[in-house]
Design a binder for this molecule. Structure first.
Ligand code: NAP
Ligand code: ZN
Length: 348
């Protein structure tokens, strides 16, 4: 057991504060990682503020980390000391259920272990990446390909895979019209990835403020959803809409933007537990509504390799750990361009 420096929330309402968290001794298949960077996902805010239910405080969030392997267990074969690696939203799963076997560990039938706030096999609460080090079983450690910067790669471990998975599943590519709702951490990755896949990309943002950025990131079109004319102009247009908004939206209005057989894939987590199912808007054009959670481990590695091949990383603003609480406020104000990433050396 070792104790490492970290930041943690101690309640749903107070700021995050410097603290220390315990990391288990290395088991035979464990890897010790010195964390270089950790992205701040909006999910961290939803979680620590209790928007998804009561949390086991003190809680260290963070599930978008990159770093270097500094020690390995006796039976580790996939990683070596000195390797550049990453860890995302999951740190373990049963590995033997049908969903795990097909690489969908995020849907593990017996429940996976999330990077923070889950109960670990030893009964302790998992603690995330706002820390100097983490111990993770090797199967849940990803390889960061050469050519990807460690700071720009960190957000790929959640924002990247969560955007990539629905784009890949629903065939974003040449000839397909893809819309992305919300240009934040996930949204800006969705734009870059959909563009790299060859799709025609439209950003639907609250206002026109981020238009220049979106076009630079690879979007072909940009519309403000605050303007009601947008919904008339774009009615029946898209093959795929990826909704990354962190708040409730007017779902029937957005569903009206789908073409025949169009797919609406939500990834944003509004904190609203249930929505009234908009049967009329779905039935009008044989539309599909779905929600997806991150992506599996194999798919995450595929996404990282795709990003390296296409030279795609996140647009990051690097901050010291002392600015985490300020970053939270800016994220809540949609004032993030486009992912805050903690320089974890500032925790030392
Ligand atoms: P983010 O950086 O804060 O981006 C969210 C964007 O949504 C904002 O930049 C803003 O874009 C738009 N938005 C915010 N409030 C809005 C409102 N009231 N009405 C309309 N648009 C609004 O957040 P993120 O880190 O990308 O995460 C987005 C959501 O995805 C969060 O709810 C997060 O928990 C969830 N998430 C889900 C998964 C999954 O596995 N499904 C994984 C990671 C995150 P504009 O300024 O362009 O309008
Ligand atoms: Zn996340």
């Amino acid at each position: 057991m070792r104790t490492v420096n970290a930041y943690a929330a101690v309640s749903a309402t107070g700021p995050l504060v410097p603290t220390a968290v315990r990391r288990r001794d290395l088991g035979p298949t464990d890897v010790l990682i010195e964390i270089a960077y950790c992205g701040i996902c909006h999910s961290d805010i939803h979680a620590v503020r209790g928007e998804w239910g009561p949390q086991p405080y003190p809680l260290t969030p963070g599930h978008e980390m990159t770093g270097v392997v500094t020690e390995i267990g006796a039976d580790v074969t996939k990683h070596a000391v000195g390797d550049r690696v990453g860890v995302g939203c999951m740190v373990d799963s049963c590995g033997i259920c049908a969903n795990c076997e097909q690489g969908d560990e995020q849907y593990c039938l017996t429940g996976n272990t999330l990077t923070y706030g889950s109960t670990d096999t030893d009964g302790s609460t998992t603690q995330g990446g706002y820390a100097t080090h983490i111990v993770v079983t090797e199967d849940f450690v990803l390889r960061i390909p050469d050519g990807l910067g460690m700071e720009a790669a960190a957000p790929l471990l959640c924002a990247g895979i969560t955007s990539y998975s629905p784009l890949a599943r629903w065939g974003a590519g040449p000839g397909k019209k893809v819309a992305v709702i919300g240009l934040g951490g996930l949204g800006h990755m969705a734009v870059k990835l959909a563009h790299a896949m060859g799709a025609e990309v439209t950003v639907l943002s609250q206002s026109l403020k981020k238009q220049d950025d979106a076009l630079r990131l690879g979007a072909d079109h940009f519309y403000a959803t605050g303007d009601p004319k947008t919904f008339e102009t774009l009615a029946g247009t898209f093959d795929l809409i990826v909704n990354t908004v962190s708040a409730p939206i007017d779902l029937p209005a957005f569903l009206g933007l789908l073409a025949l057989d169009g797919v609406f894939n939500t990834v944003g987590a509004s904190g609203v537990p249930e929505i009234a199912f908009p049967v009329g808007a779905i039935a009008a054009n044989r539309r599909v509504y779905t929600y997806s959670l991150i992506g599996g481990i194999r798919e995450t590695q595929k996404m990282l390799d795709f990003c390296a091949q296409h030279r795609i990383g996140a647009e990051v603003e690097i901050i010291p750990a002392s600015k985490i609480n300020d970053a939270y406020e800016r994220i809540l104000a949609s004032d993030v361009r486009y992912r805050f990433v903690i320089d974890n050396t500032t925790l030392n």
